[in-house]
Ligand binder design. Structure first.
Ligand code: AMP
Length: 441
């Protein structure tokens, strides 16, 4: 069957999503609503994604298994959610088999998988970021620290599940962090480290969908990294988020576009590693303008949950064009199809298992997800969930549910998300009570 959607004519599509978190559940949920899509497959998926379409159990970093599954399903588009398979080269492996893939190549994913690589590229293209040094040996690293002032920022070069950054208040603490990292705290990921200047300001996440040339800017989101209310306690993968975030005004966004995104995309294309997929630009809005804190090579999670909930239109044509090229000429039509200018304020409250981000118990029963979903505006995305022998939903990870809500205002969206949280009966979980607090001030 052929269906038309504005300027785009495409078959009823089969889409495969790689991943199993709240981000991938939100993508599957959004994509399944597209009139262009017939079937949504997930690998490995989760119990929430299983209600949308078939899930296939595999290790998403096992490139052979991912290729075999794609050959079996023959999807029209494959979306790779998490950084692990991207860093392992899943996009390249799938493109080599002729599939259209939304997700950067292994080379381009180094923007996330090597902080030193990202810093070097920013320096080369003149992109504003903190001054830094890269080290593989202890003595020069310690000498460099002496030239810096507190607070000290020490980062493992490689992927460390969001835990590889230490902000040390004293030189002693900083030296300890450097020694710990370089003696194997994060294994290979911290064999090399980056030490950088501390930046002050408000943080925000800018998400750009790109085919390597054109760029669609999604609404700015702000997440809540610390585990406790009032931004206290250790860093986590993210305890909640909201969008749009007013911290980035139109002028700042123009600067992000002109000084950060455009030079990165054109530089990488010229250097033979065009960036295709979603570029997550973590910025610090400093008194000297926006500066890059980090790049990620995929949607943030939980930010993806608020972005997918708040977009009223169809995201599939944009995903497809980013994967295949031609974004510059179709930019306006794609933004309109997504309903970008009618984005609804959206918030997500993450429910995590007691103990997170440390050790957590698995297997506690979660009730009330359906009840929460019945509340007008609420959608519960699942992450660390499983189903037990009695067919009950149980916790199987740290971050377990993303209770997301849209509303006419951010205030309503946040209040509605908390109504959703109250409908969930899970004594073994906890959540932050102040998601969106900064936005409402
Ligand atoms: P990253 O994984 O690089 O995003 O770092 C994690 C968190 O550490 C960021 O979200 C910031 O809150 C903080 N951070 C990282 N680099 C810096 C920096 N140069 N100055 C201040 N804070 C930073």
């Amino acid at each position: 069957m052929i269906k038309s959607c504005g300027a785009f004519i495409t078959r009823c599509m089969k889409i495969l999503i790689i991943g199993s978190g709240g981000r991938e559940h939100a993508l599957a949920w959004k994509i399944a609503q597209s009139p262009l899509v017939d079937e949504v497959f997930s690998a490995p998926g989760n119990p929430g994604m299983d209600k949308i379409g078939p899930c296939f159990d595999l290790d998403p970093t096992d490139l052979h298994a991912v290729q075999e599954l794609a050959l079996q399903i023959t999807p029209d588009l494959i979306i790779i959610g998490p950084e692990g398979p991207l860093a392992a080269g899943a996009s390249d492996a799938l493109r080599a088999r002729g599939f259209d893939v939304f997700g950067p190549s292994q080379k381009a994913t180094q923007l996330e998988s090597s902080k030193g690589f990202a810093k070097d590229l920013m320096q080369k293209y003149g992109v504003p970021t903190a001054a830094y040094g890269r080290f593989t040996d202890l003595t020069p690293a310690l000498d460099f620290l002496e030239t810096m002032t507190a607070p000290y920022v020490i980062k493992a070069d490689g992927l460390a599940a969001g835990k590889g950054v230490v902000i040390a208040q004293t030189l002693d603490e900083a030296e300890n962090a450097v020694e710990e990292m370089m003696t194997g705290k994060f294994g290979d990921a911290s064999a090399e480290i980056v030490i950088e200047e501390f930046m002050t300001g408000e943080e925000a996440s800018v998400f750009v969908m790109t085919d390597g040339e054109g760029a669609i800017y999604l609404p700015v989101a702000q997440d809540h990294k610390r585990v406790g209310d009032g931004d206290t306690g250790p860093n986590t993968g993210g305890m909640g988020a909201y969008a749009p975030a007013a911290v980035v005004d139109a002028r700042t966004l123009e600067l992000v576009q002109a000084l950060i995104v455009e030079p990165m995309l054109s530089g990488m294309a010229e250097d033979g590693m065009p960036y295709q997929g979603v570029l997550y630009v973590g910025i610090m809005v400093t008194p000297d303008g926006p500066k890059v804190v980090e790049f990620n090579a995929r949607f943030g999670d939980p930010e993806c949950q608020v972005l997918m909930s708040g977009l009223p239109g169809d995201i599939v044509p944009a995903l497809l064009v980013c994967a295949t090229g031609g974004l510059v000429s179709s930019h306006a039509a794609l933004c309109e199809m997504m309903g970008l200018s009618d984005f609804e304020p959206s918030a997500v409250v993450v429910m995590a298992a007691n103990g997170y981000p440390g050790q957590v118990e698995k297997g506690s029963v979660i009730k009330g997800v359906d009840k929460a979903n019945e509340i007008d505006g609420v959608t519960v995305f699942q992450a660390g969930t499983d189903v037990n022998a009695a067919n009950e939903l149980v916790a199987s990870g740290g971050r377990v549910l993303g209770v997301t809500a849209t509303g006419l205002s951010l205030k309503t969206a946040i209040e509605t998300a908390y109504k959703g949280v109250e409908a969930i009966d899970w004594p073994d979980g906890f959540y932050r009570k102040d998601i969106g607090r900064r936005a409402l001030k």
